[in-house]
Design a protein around this ligand. Structure first.
Ligand code: PMP
Length: 305
């Protein structure tokens, strides 16, 4: 069981975490009718402050997900940012945390037309360290395909669709790997179970385009921006499975995963089997940016104290 913090924010109020419970017939529990986000806040011990990373972009995506699902969030982007600040202060957070906003269909009914059903919006904070091993992980291209854009809009971060990620990561783990890579219906590389993917060949970074059935990751966007800043070339293009095997470097990106080098795919050693120099450089710059150590990206941060 994940250790939570003292308060959670539910429909505009701070309430003790233990009191935040849901009825058994809650629609979202049965049908996955929730939209959610995963945000990180980083503690910077140099200036004793906590910074939420790209809060606005996460809440804009939250609203986009809601619109796609015909769910009414009931709180504006600004109100959700304010709520996040209020919650982090109430929980007196002085460490790295994961922030989980969710709007779920909270009505107790078996009807599928959710348009007029009651929803609940909540924000939860969870102490959080590394999600994947930063020294490099082994990934498996699983046989389960990524849900295709024509079957469900993959731009939307909707709870129900995560069963696709769950079955994929289980496949990878039971085969002795750390993480799954999913191909899309056309056989091109889509993403990890909870990460976007980049490969590096001859010094150039490549990542699948957003129309290729992937979540438009905010870390993906951050990495594209800061890699160009470092003078690197980044190109969005379709990636094949053999391009994975023969890449010089591969890494995952995600709010939880940050920048995680992939050193082995399907038993093929990537590069020399160690995190590559470009992945390490991008990772270290990324960690500087999220901690507020790079002044030109301070506008991505929401200070809490
Ligand atoms: N793809 C999937 C399927 C994810 O769940 C995530 C994590 N939200 C990502 C990519 C990375 O997105 P972000 O960088 O916005 O966290």
């Amino acid at each position: 069981v994940q250790h939570l913090m003292k308060y959670v924010w539910v429909n505009g109020k701070l309430i003790p975490e233990k009191e935040a419970t849901i009825p058994i017939l809650t629609h979202a529990l049965h049908y996955g009718t929730s939209i959610f986000e995963g945000i990180r806040a980083y503690w910077n011990s140099d200036n004793n402050n906590l910074y939420v990373f790209r809060a606005r972009d996460h809440y804009v995506r939250f609203h986009d997900s809601a619109k796609i699902m015909s769910i009414k969030v009931g709180y504006s982007v600004d109100e959700l940012i304010d709520a996040t600040v209020e919650l982090l202060r109430a929980n007196d957070v002085h460490e790295d945390v994961y922030i989980r906003p969710i709007t779920f269909v909270s009505a107790s009914t078996v009807n599928l037309d959710i348009r007029n059903l009651d929803v609940t919006t909540a924000i939860i904070t969870v102490p959080f360290g590394h999600y994947l091993e930063p020294k490099g992980i082994k990934a498996k291209v699983v046989s389960w395909l990524r849900v295709h854009n024509s079957m469900f809009p993959m731009k939307a971060k909707v709870s129900g669709i995560y069963v696709n990620s769950v079955i994929a990561i289980i496949d990878a783990k039971v085969s002795g790997f750390d993480e799954a890579i999913l191909l899309n219906r056309d056989g091109y590389v889509a993403e990890g179970s909870g990460e976007n993917i980049f490969i590096i060949k001859d010094g150039i970074l490549y990542t699948p385009p957003v129309y290729d059935s992937i979540l438009e990751g905010i870390t993906r966007d951050t990495v594209i921006t800061i890699a160009r800043d470092l003078g690197l070339t980044v190109t969005e293009k379709r990636i094949t499975r053999e391009e994975l095997y023969t890449a010089d470097e591969v890494f995952f990106t995600g709010t939880a995963a940050e920048v995680t080098p992939v050193v082995n795919i399907d038993g093929r050693v990537i590069g020399n089997g160690e995190p590559g120099p470009i992945a390490l450089k991008v990772r270290s710059y990324y960690m500087d940016v999220v901690h507020g150590r790079v002044s030109k990206y301070k506008n991505w941060l929401t200070p809490i104290y």
